[in-house]
Design a protein around this ligand. Sequence first.
Ligand SMILES: N[C@@H](CCC(=O)N[C@@H](CS)C(=O)NCC(=O)O)C(=O)O
Length: 229
Amino acid sequence: MSTHPTITAFERSPDGGRGLARDMRVRWALEEIGQRYDVRPVSFAAMREEAHRRLQPFRQIPTYEDGDVTLFETGAIVLHIAARHEGLLPADAAARARAIAWMFAAVGTVEPVIVDREAATYRERGKPWFERRLRAAEDRIRVRLNDLSLRLGGADWLDGDFSAGDLMMADVLRRLGRSDLLGGFPNLLAYVGRAEARPAFRRAFDAQRAFFGAGLAASKSTPAKEPSG
Ligand SMILES: N[C@@H](CCC(=O)N[C@@H](CS)C(=O)NCC(=O)O)C(=O)O
């Protein structure tokens, strides 16, 4: 039996190695605390099978297995990791609670509007209403980014030192990828850049790219892009 956690990730990178899949935030958290981990690739077919559904009821990645702990949902996984190791949550109880609030804000308040735009792009492109739908989705994203930008102001991180709240928020913002939405908020762009410059992020990014390397070479897909910022 493995003595360190095992996470699941896509067998092949849908984003050409840009590290936008959600295993990135779990890899990053594990790198921040210096925990070794194994990665089990899951094919799109396997994600639909009963064995994977037992780990992830919504047939998604990533999952996390460590001894008797089996988890899905990246917020829960990163919180589990952060709660058990020093470095990702403040020791002070009130500051710790606020950092956890930022984790929830990332997945519950900011990520849904970003995912809505992605879903519109995948599913509604070409429809007569697409441009209007896209503009509305982008307006909703800008409202969230504007509020976040105001709160961050000139600070490096959302609440004091870097925490799991920043890890989750920065990774959620990375999903905006090539869009110019982040560009309208220079402090958020710099925030994501700071997060991506962390050695633990770099190790996680390089690890996912190496993991997908063989598949990328085999499929001759678009060369991997460096993360933004
Ligand atoms: N809320 C979930 C979202 C997980 C998720 O959407 N995973 C994507 C990959 S980044 C996935 O598995 N997509 C395939 C699908 O939904 O069928 C989490 O944070 O863990």
